[in-house]
Design a protein around this ligand. Structure first.
Ligand SMILES: Nc1ncnc2c1ncn2[C@@H]1O[C@H](COP(=O)(O)OP(=O)(O)O)[C@@H](O)[C@H]1O
Ligand SMILES: [Mg+2]
Length: 376
């Protein structure tokens, strides 16, 4: 495949100009976390103050980014460590790992009106359950964190790696769902004093809860209603934050970047995501095709290539190298076909290609090799 990624890379650069938030989307395992970190690195190399918020970095990459302690706060990557990897940073690179519970706790701590209600919420078993296990809490905490990073730190760009979820767009819908819940009837009923049990659950359910409480010693309903009452004090603040994030995600300041590999399944997911983004009016996404096989025979026959390599390698080795590259060429051509299809998906714009590296990307050097290919 032609190595001419430069024109696509230039367009990626120009298309990302002016974005304050870049949300990466894509199927699991395609290199979404890796490319998010590499993109942040590339932007920081150009001179910006850039943060990457990762969700599930592979262990060694997390170590390389200094993320092994789950502080849930952004952490600046040491420029000297980057210099060792041959990277000259004109700006600043920050990284953080999203930690759902820590993020929720921080929001409660900040918004609770006083010490007592803060302690009450944090200690509540229902809260603990909600903030760790409940579906969607990942997305909600990403929303909360995004608000904090956007509003309270002066980052030029935040690259947000979205959580793996059943539906990759859950994240985008999280603010709306949360607002619906905060402003909806269910919560109002909970917060209304008196008659709660009967109103919400009816007598039969209340009885089940009562028996459950007697048998297990856990007063679920009591905990629930205490929880939502204590939450009352922070709801307005949380609703306001959610609205800000919702607006931010819908504004020109936010860009969406779909990451895929050339495999059929992730490509299907990429199509689906692009369509959903258009449908929801979130605009035209950018596309990175990662793990593309780029170097095959370069349009030559194996014999031609063997002949060209003979001076350097000797006839025998040259033949074997050419034969290996001929095998590889099958993948190169398959990927070329896939990239052309994806171009059509982008209305003829070229996606940005990142080559399939021989090794996993697990340190700053590996990230720099990917960042280079983004050409941002
Ligand atoms: N261009 C690439 N070449 C080789 N390995 C890659 C490339 N991009 C990612 N990887 C490797 O693929 C694995 C999955 O990457 P990761 O970024 O964690 O995927 P995701 O976040 O999409 O699940 C990691 O081991 C990573 O090192
Ligand atoms: Mg990931």
């Amino acid at each position: 495949m032609a190595r001419g990624n430069s024109s696509a890379a230039r367009t990626l650069r120009s298309r990302l100009t002016g974005r304050r938030v870049i949300v990466t989307l894509g199927a699991g395992g395609v290199g979404k976390t890796t490319t998010s970190a590499a993109l942040a690195l590339a932007l920081a190399m150009r001179g910006g103050k850039v943060a990457v918020v990762t969700i599930d970095p592979a262990r060694r990459l997390a170590t390389a980014l200094g993320l092994e302690n789950l502080s849930g706060e952004p952490h600046r990557i040491d420029a000297v460590a980057l210099e060792h990897a041959g990277v000259e940073l004109r700006g600043e690179l920050w990284a953080m790992m999203l930690d759902t519970k820590a993020t929720f706790d921080a929001v409660v701590e900040r918004l609770a009106p006083d010490e007592a209600s803060r302690e009450e919420i944090l200690a509540n078993p229902v809260y603990r359950e909600l903030s760790t296990a409940v579906a969607g809490s990942n997305e909600l905490s990403a929303v909360a964190k995004l608000y904090e990073l956007h509003a309270e730190h002066e980052f030029d760009v935040i690259v947000l790696d979205t959580p793996p979820s059943r539906n990759a767009l859950d994240f985008l819908e999280a603010p709306g769902r949360l607002l619906g819940f905060l402003e909806g009837r269910a919560l109002q009923v909970f917060l209304a004093p008196g008659g709660l049990t009967a109103k919400l659950f009816g007598r039969g359910t209340a009885l089940v809860f009562a028996i459950f409480a007697r048998v297990t010693g856990v007063d679920m309903l009591g905990e629930l209603s205490r929880f939502f009452r204590s939450l009352g004090g922070i709801l307005d603040g949380f609703g306001e934050r959610t609205r800000v994030v919702q607006q931010l995600l819908r504004s020109e300041q936010t860009g969406f970047l779909i990451v895929t590999s050339p495999e059929p399944e992730p490509v299907r997911e990429a199509r689906f995501l692009a369509e959903r983004l258009r449908e929801t009016g979130l605009g035209e996404p950018e596309l990175i095709v990662n793990r593309v096989h780029l170097d095959g025979l370069g349009g030559r026959s194996p014999e031609e290539l063997a002949e060209r390599l003979t001076d350097d390698l000797g006839a025998d080795l040259a033949r074997r190298v050419a034969s290996n590259l001929a095998d590889f060429d099958v993948l190169v051509r398959r990927d070329e076909g896939t990239v052309r299809e994806l171009e059509a998906l982008l209305g003829g714009r070229e996606p940005t290609l990142v080559g399939h590296l021989d090794e996993e990307v697990q340190d700053l050097l590996g990230l720099a090799r990917i960042a280079e290919q983004l050409g941002v």
